[in-house]
Design a protein around this ligand. Structure first.
Ligand SMILES: Cc1cc2nc3c(=O)[nH]c(=O)nc-3n(C[C@H](O)[C@H](O)[C@H](O)COP(=O)(O)OP(=O)(O)OC[C@H]3O[C@@H](n4cnc5c(N)ncnc54)[C@H](O)[C@@H]3O)c2cc1C
Length: 325
């Protein structure tokens, strides 16, 4: 695969897959935010490289978009190039009589990946059932649910360098995974595909995994809002951040629950979910600015009451200064 060749691309050349002024409001879970100055949905590694090349030549900022389940886009939109990879292929390969690997393109929905696995008698990933997102976004944040972290299943991955377009295969250590952490967050590389270790299962084991999947989804639907939200808005505290608090609890929802915001606190059409104190919901016509104002009030209330300031897990895209710093 070739790397970016600046000489063969004139400064004003624009590829057919790069569009201008594309609305992002319908491409994220909050359903808010303005337009992308430039927007591309590459369907091949080659188109992905071209998009990076375009941004490099035009000196554009890049934002890599998955399903928009963990972001809030500014009402002013994103000045630069938004790339939403449409690399959606899934394949699998047996490695031993009981084990296999499954490889999915960065744009694959995690839901589809789990479906594929169960349809091919492959288990392990069903623990992440009901969590929205693409494979790219999920590796980026090290997707987690209770004791399960995606890092524990990742075998290797293909990444692409932002400036050169060079494609490399890396193993799981490269990612330096932690809670909500991965090397991708340094934004020098983007994920093209990821390969996970899975179990080759019998029909009976698959039936059990399908049952587990339904149970997790049922449980989540009862506990969390499922539309108009980015899931947890603030990340849990790190142990050193809660050292001076009375209970030393890291769970941010505990502190938010205590200040009584659930289903009560709102700004415009943005409200704290009645189901979960750490989830903000767009009731209909909320703007990103409503959501920011609400989040700022939540931060201030926790700070006043407990002396610690929640930090956003939801990523803020297209804001000039971080309004939640
Ligand atoms: C209702 C709800 C429940 C949720 N529950 C959970 C949960 O239980 N556990 C959990 O961990 N999360 C949860 N989340 C958060 C969200 O599901 C995950 O963060 C998910 O992985 C986001 O994926 P995405 O494709 O939507 O990423 P986006 O929101 O589109 O992007 C998130 C970040 O990933 C980066 N990114 C996306 N694709 C790539 C790529 N190819 N290469 C490099 N970077 C990339 C983006 O640039 C961005 O910085 C929940 C969200 C919602 C809405």
């Amino acid at each position: 695969m070739s790397t970016i060749d600046k000489q063969h691309l004139s400064k004003n050349q624009i590829f057919s897959h790069i569009k201008q002024n594309i609305s992002l409001g319908d491409k994220n879970w909050f359903q808010t935010g303005g337009c992308a100055q430039y927007y591309s949905e590459p369907t091949t590694n080659n188109e992905f490289q071209q998009a990076l090349q375009f941004a490099e030549l035009q000196n554009l900022d890049i934002f890599m978009l998955g399903q928009g389940a963990n972001i809030l886009i500014s009402d002013e939109g994103f000045h630069g190039l938004v790339i939403k990879p449409q690399l959606n292929q899934i394949t699998h390969q047996a490695t031993t009589p009981n084990a296999a690997t499954v490889t999915a393109g960065a744009g694959t929905s995690f839901h589809d990946l789990i479906d594929y696995c169960l349809d091919h008698n492959l288990t392990n990933l069903e623990e992440f059932s009901g969590i929205p997102g693409s494979v790219g976004g999920s590796v980026y944040i090290n997707l987690h649910y209770y004791e399960f972290f995606l890092a524990d299943f990742l075998d290797h991955a293909q990444i692409i360098h932002k400036k050169t377009g060079k494609i490399t295969t890396v193993d799981t250590h490269w990612f330096k995974f932690g809670y909500d952490e991965s090397e991708l967050q340094n934004k020098d590389y983007y994920l093209l595909s990821a390969t996970f270790r899975v179990q080759q299962a019998t029909d009976l084991e698959v039936a059990h995994a399908r049952g587990r999947r339904q149970e997790i989804i049922r449980h989540r639907t009862r506990r969390f809002p499922t539309t108009g939200t980015c899931g947890s808005f603030f990340r849990n505290f790190l142990p050193h951040e809660v050292q001076n608090t009375e209970k030393k609890l890291i769970y941010v929802a505990y502190y938010l629950d205590k200040i009584g915001v659930k289903g009560e606190l709102s700004v415009g059409n943005a409200i704290v979910s009645y189901q979960h104190a750490n989830m903000i919901v767009n009731k209909g016509n909320a703007t990103s600015s409503d959501i920011i104002k609400l989040a700022q009030i939540m931060q201030s209330k926790v700070q006043e009451e407990f002396g610690i300031r929640p930090q956003a897990e939801c990523q803020l895209i297209g804001f000039k200064d971080n309004p939640l710093a």
